[in-house]
Design a protein around this ligand. Structure first.
Ligand code: SF4
Length: 268
């Protein structure tokens, strides 16, 4: 694997890496110490807002390809499986990667769209420093559009309600939900209230993310004033909510901004 491109922002550094078969993936060093690692070339979940899944799945990465992303960058203190790919679709290798990282004293976190649900159950109980489940909807119709090949909300929240009481208090505090706001997709009051109704009983922390627009689709972020109003609405309803940090709002920092390019032979 070799670094073939690098982009330095105010907060983050994005790397473009070429794999031995020619496929390109990306990783991002957040705030100088946490590396957002890719677990697949492309992604089968195909969220419409996401550049990473725009061409579907190329293949899953091997353990050495995930480790090489970390070894290519200096001064990493933590890794997060929040880059290209759905980690639970490559769960065995990602588990080995977490073990490798933890053995080196690195903090390990991941973001998942939630499926396959049996893997989610396993990962909720595994050692980690943070597990964020991407929800992005309050109703089933919107969930099916926002996370097309992820589990439906009814099944997903049923698993969460079952598994959370089995976790230690610390582990529950490290488990969070994510809601990425996209204009016209999931930002109506009706949608948000439906999400709040599902999320409140779980007592989990919620990351309310602003959207970083990408060239692979025409979707747009909600205006800042609306973003802040939605934050206030969720907080007033009783959720513990956090808005995107500045590093995440940088153009290379948000959910779904990383692009995976297959080799020409694997192209669509
Ligand atoms: S947001 Fe995550 S799960 Fe959805 S397509 Fe992109 S990489 Fe896959």
């Amino acid at each position: 694997m070799e670094i073939v491109g690098e982009e330095v922002g105010e907060w983050n550094r994005r790397f473009v890496l070429r794999l031995a078969d020619g496929a390109l993936i990306e990783s991002v060093l957040y705030r100088g110490d946490t590396l957002c690692v890719s677990s697949q070339v492309g992604c089968a979940v195909r969220c419409p807002f996401c550049a990473s899944g725009a061409n579907g799945l190329g293949r899953s990465l091997r353990l050495e390809e995930m480790i090489a992303q970390v070894e290519a960058v200096d001064a990493v203190r933590g890794v997060t499986l929040s880059g290209i790919g759905e980690p639970l679709h490559n769960a065995e290798v990602c588990a080995q990667f977490f073990d490798w990282a933890r053995a080196r004293g690195l903090r390990v976190t991941l973001t998942t769209s939630g499926g396959p649900l049996p893997r989610l159950r396993e990962w909720m109980a595994r050692p980690h420093h943070g597990l964020t489940i991407s929800i992005h909807a309050g109703t089933e119709d919107t969930r099916a559009r926002a996370v097309p090949h992820g589990p439906d909300l009814g099944s997903l929240f049923a698993v969460l309600a079952e598994e959370l009481p089995r976790l230690t208090r610390t582990r529950r505090k490290r488990t969070a939900l994510a809601y990425l706001l996209v204009a016209g997709l999931n930002d109506s009051d009706h949608e948000l209230d439906a999400f709040v109704a599902r999320a409140l009983p779980l007592g989990l922390f919620v990351h309310l993310y602003g959207y970083n627009e990408v060239e692979t689709n025409a979707l747009r972020a909600v205006p800042r004033a609306r973003y802040e109003a939605i934050y206030a609405r969720m907080a007033a309803a009783g959720l513990t909510v956090r808005m995107s940090a500045r590093a995440r709002l940088e153009a290379n920092g948000g959910c779904g901004t990383l692009v995976a390019l297959r080799t020409p032979a694997r192209a669509r």
